[in-house]
Design a protein around this ligand. Structure first.
Ligand code: MG
Length: 275
């Protein structure tokens, strides 16, 4: 007992001393060349623990979703769908989006085509929630198929992959035709699921890609792509082939795929990122 108390006192004293020592370093230059005292940053060269270094903007966090209720976006996000209307979306050709909206979600309607955002985006953090039909029909790629397309061309597959065998690079959360998710984190059909996507766009110089796109993706909070570099496009051009990179604009819409299954979406928001 006495030994534990003594150890605590020693530890606390060290912690207090360490804090004081840190503040002293911020006050004046240390001439010891072995001590790293400055860091080079986007905002300039700063002394470690410098009180004048610019602090990040304050953001009010959103709220988590439950199965019964969609959460809220963080304060600095662009809300693309809050459950009320499709005013931020159009058809592929630019007409009014015709997916149905009810009870806080949108649902793919028959022969209504894909929908895409009116606003274009490049590198971003995208949050989107989806539910594949609770009434299970068909198999493999015919079950709850849709897709979230970054820049209207790089697809993260949406599929009912709960006890549904298909080719792994086309299962739920796959970077279609390219990357298999690290794990299958699917919930049962009909349940609300989420993707949190961190995407960095490809950069082109003339006709060549000089920096390929990267994806980090969480499926229902579980990491399924860990800073994966996309080798090429994700367009389906044949049974066993995908497209290569083709030069395109720096910003393009987010697109949601109509694959003929009544998949639902809710709580869609995005935050733009630096390339
Ligand atoms: Mg799809």
């Amino acid at each position: 007992m006495f030994r534990t108390v003594l150890l605590n006192i020693v530890f606390c004293s060290f912690a207090v001393f360490a804090g004081c020592a840190t503040q002293e370093v911020t006050a004046k230059d240390n001439n010891d060349p072995n001590i790293i005292q400055y860091v080079e940053t986007d905002t300039g060269r700063w002394m470690v623990h410098d009180m004048d270094r610019p602090a990040p903007p304050v953001v009010t966090p959103g709220t988590e979703s439950t199965q019964n209720r969609a959460g809220k976006a963080p304060s600095d996000a662009i809300v693309l769908f809050d459950g009320t209307d499709l005013s931020k979306w159009t058809t592929g050709r630019g007409g009014p989006a015709k997916w149905t909206v009810q009870d806080g979600y949108m649902q793919i309607a028959r022969e209504s085509g894909n929908i895409k955002t009116k606003q274009a985006f490049g590198s971003c953090q995208l949050h989107i929630e989806f539910a594949t039909p609770s009434r299970v029909r068909d198999t493999s790629q015919g079950r709850g198929n849709s897709g979230v397309f970054l820049m209207a061309m790089y697809e993260i597959q949406v599929l009912d992959s709960y006890n549904n065998k298909t080719y792994p690079d086309g299962q739920c959360a796959a970077l279609y035709g390219q990357e298999v998710p690290l794990v299958n984190a699917c919930r049962e059909p009909g349940q609300w699921q989420s993707y949190d996507i961190i995407f960095h766009r490809p950069i082109f110089k003339g006709k060549k890609v000089v920096k390929k796109a990267t994806f980090t993706v969480f499926h229902n909070g579980v990491l399924v792509h860990d800073n994966v570099t996309l080798k090429g496009g994700t367009d389906w051009i044949g049974p066993h082939a995908v497209t290569d990179y083709k030069p395109h604009a720096d910003k393009l819409p987010i697109m949601l795929q109509n694959h003929g299954n009544p998949v639902r979406y809710r709580n869609v928001w995005i935050r733009e990122l630096k390339d």
